[in-house]
Design a binder for this molecule. Structure first.
Ligand SMILES: [Zn+2]
Length: 259
């Protein structure tokens, strides 16, 4: 691919997508950077600057859910996320993926982001592998509830469905990925013969294993990332551009090639 310009790479990516049967996308922090959300890892990342948070968050929650909730409901000072994830808006990259799904070309979207921006952009079949900061989840039955308006008068709050303890849906350090989401991620990846990997270096498991599943099954990988990643050498096309630029170009190319 040496010597290919951005337009050629986008054309090649579009051809792979159009000749695939079942296209799935995997996204990460890079897709939300253009919405003003700072990544955790990598250059400019919150954890790169401040160090990683304590690794035993989930253990402490399990040991004392009430203390976890009391810590959450206390008013907080600035959290250093850049634009707050509660105020951020989808960018053209999010909207392009929603449009691809609407065109019938993208079957599922697996994201490591917790910011709800894919859903806000209109994507429907979204699997949030690390949860959603706008939701709460019952640790017993996995039922999800909107955070907004949930009754917090007694802490820890209890699940209206089963009485289990409720926590934020966002997956904490040391917390297993909820089994319902994880098994659907495996199903979609197993079925996929083309995965678009956008804005993620896919080094954190279990997400990191999903492109490998597609590749092992004989499928192709399309990387959209301004930086080279550990996955790049496995990818069939590497589009070296930010997703907010590359994905809208990809959508217009898909429309042109289909017409
Ligand atoms: Zn429950």
């Amino acid at each position: 691919m040496v010597g290919m310009g951005l337009g050629d790479l986008i054309d090649r990516a579009a051809e792979l997508i159009l000749s695939a049967e079942y296209v799935v996308a995997l996204t990460g922090a890079g897709v939300s950077v253009e919405s003003g959300i700072r990544p955790f890892r990598g250059p400019g990342g919150i954890w790169t600057e401040r160090g990683e948070p304590s690794m035993d968050g989930y253990r402490r929650f399990v040991a004392n859910p009430r203390a976890y909730w009391e810590g959450r409901t206390r008013p907080r000072r600035g959290h250093g996320f850049g634009t707050s994830i509660y105020e951020a808006e989808p960018n053209p990259g999010h909207r392009a993926l929603a449009e691809m799904e609407g065109m019938g070309l993208l079957r599922a979207l697996i994201t490591q982001n917790i910011d709800n921006l894919h859903i806000a952009a209109g994507s429907r079949n979204v699997l949030e592998i690390h949860g959603n900061a706008h939701k709460l989840r019952c640790v017993s039955c996995n039922a999800r509830f909107p955070r907004e308006g949930f009754d917090l008068s007694v802490l820890p709050p209890r699940c209206p469905e089963c009485g289990g303890v409720v926590k934020g849906d966002t997956v904490m350090f040391g917390e297993p990925i909820p089994s319902d989401v994880l098994s659907r991620c495996f199903e979609e990846s197993e079925r996929s013969d083309c995965m678009i990997v956008a804005g993620t270096s896919a080094v954190v498991y279990p997400a990191a294993g999903l492109p490998l599943m597609v590749k092992r099954g004989g499928g192709v990988l399309v990387e959209v990332n301004p930086l080279r990643s550990e996955l790049s050498q496995l990818c069939d096309v590497c589009v070296r551009a930010p997703s907010g630029k590359a994905l809208p170009l990809l959508v217009s190319t898909l429309k042109r090639l289909r017409s």
